[in-house]
Structures are given as structure tokens and as C-alpha cells.
Design a binder for this molecule. Structure first.
Ligand code: GTS
Length: 215
């Protein structure tokens, strides 16, 4: 199977980390799509993914799966260990909720800030920008960081007692936050303690070089 992505992208990182956690890297070929040249908005890519975003999984039979959560859920079901999306109905529900909350309250908000209140991917890609909306989303992301900090005061991982897809989503957010120089507030001590623990994971450290070990 092939994964269309950009090797340093925050959302692609979510799938790269999941692949490494599941030890499935050898089953995947990466196809680089240059966001900075707007290749993800060209007709030939849009024909594969209507949303024009990365990553995109293409199976050997031609099936196309976009959306990080969907791709992660597919990969997680391929092989039983470790389970990133939950073993029981309860775990699955809580992990999906917390991962979706991390998208809504953090990752997607940082992405909007990047695209609307910074030069983003440049004028050829950012055909509409609204700076005020971008800054409002940055403030939303900062509130989200405080929320996840409170969560991590009570439990070691984002969705409870074990590492899951929800942690990967927050890691993706902090990758994006670092790219736009959005620091985790000093008051968020639990989140700031959790992050280096996540960065020690092999799957997180090696995500960028996964597609090209020679990098
Ligand atoms: N909802 C999508 C969002 C994916 C997304 O926004 N991906 C970024 C890639 S990256 O910025 O993280 O590298 C993108 O395609 N951005 C390009 C654009 O929005 O023009 C998902 O979860 O997969």
C-alpha cells in the first residue's frame, strides 16, 4: 500500500507514528506530495482525495482512505499489537472521543492559525486568509492546551492508562505548534512533562526519516 504525504507534516506524522508503533513500515511505500508547491490542490491529487489534504492511504486494490483517524483505525485493525484504538467498546469510545477532541480543540485550531494568520503555504496555496479568525483559533488552541494539561494531571496518557491514537493526535498538534512557534504555556506543567516522554518513543523520534532512511 502507498501513503501520499509530506515527510515533515504534522498530520502525516500521526500516521507515520502509528505505522511505527504497529511496526508496519515495511508494508508501505511513501509518495511525496509537495504541499509548498500546492501539489495537493492539483486536479490529479484532488481526484484521489476531494479534501486535498495529506496523508492519503491507497491500498493495493485502489481503495483510497483519507483522514488520519480513519487511516489509523485501518492500520490498527491490520495487526493486533499494540492496539492504538482500543480493545473494548469503552476503550474505543473514549480513545476516539479524546482523539477527536484533540483535533477540534488543538490540532485543527493550530492549522487554521497557520493557514490564516501566518504566510502559511504561500500565496499560491492560501487563496483566502482571515487573520482575525486565525488568531482566534490560536487562542482556542492555547485553551485546548490547558484542557489537556488538566487531563494529564489525572492520568498518564490522553485517553487513560495506556498510550493510544489520542496521544498521537496531541503529539501531532505539538509538532504543528512548534512549527508555528506556539509554545505550550509554562503553566501547563503536566502537558510539558508528558511531551518529552512521548518524544522518547522510537515511533516519534524516527517518523521523518521513515520514508527515506538516507535523510
Ligand atoms: N482532516 C484531515 C486534515 C489533514 C491536513 O490538514 N493535512 C495537512 C498536511 S500537514 O500540513 O500536516 O503537513 C494538509 O494537507 N495541509 C494542506 C492544506 O491544508 O492546504 C486529516 O485528519 O487527515
Amino acid at each position: 500500500m502507498e501513503i501520499y504525504d509530506w515527510h515533515t507534516g504534522p498530520y502525516p506524522a500521526r500516521v507515520r507514528i502509528a505505522l511505527a508503533e504497529k511496526n508496519l513500515q515495511s508494508r508501505v511505500q511513501f509518495v511525496s506530495v509537495d504541499l509548498w508547491k500546492g501539489e495537493h490542490k492539483k486536479p490529479e491529487f484532488l481526484a484521489k482525495n476531494y479534501s486535498g489534504t495529506l496523508p492519503l492511504l491507497e491500498l493495493d486494490d485502489g481503495t483510497l482512505i483519507a483522514e488520519c483517524t480513519a487511516i489509523t483505525e485501518y492500520l490498527d485493525a491490520l495487526d493486533g499489537t499494540p492496539l492504538l484504538t482500543g480493545r473494548t467498546p469503552l476503550e474505543k469510545g473514549v480513545i476516539h472521543m479524546m482523539s477527536r477532541r484533540a483535533e477540534l480543540e488543538l490540532l485543527d485550531a493550530v492549522s487554521v492559525y497557520f493557514h490564516h494568520a501566518t504566510p502559511g503555504l504561500g500565496p499560491d496555496v492560501e487563496i483566502y486568509q482571515n487573520r482575525e479568525w486565525g488568531f482566534r483559533q490560536r487562542d482556542k488552541a492555547l485553551r485546548g492546551m490547558h484542557y489537556f494539561n488538566d487531563v494529564l494531571k489525572k492520568q498518564p496518557f490522553i485517553a487513560g492508562e495506556a498510550f493510544s491514537m489520542a496521544d498521537i493526535t496531541v503529539i501531532g498538534d505539538l509538532i504543528f505548534a512548534a512549527l508555528v512557534d506556539l509554545e505550550v504555556p509554562a503553566a501547563c506543567e503536566a502537558l510539558r512533562a508528558w511531551h518529552p516522554r512521548m518524544q522518547e518513543r522510537h515511533s516519534v523520534r524516527n517518523r521523518v526519516t521513515m520514508s527515506d532512511p538516507t535523510l
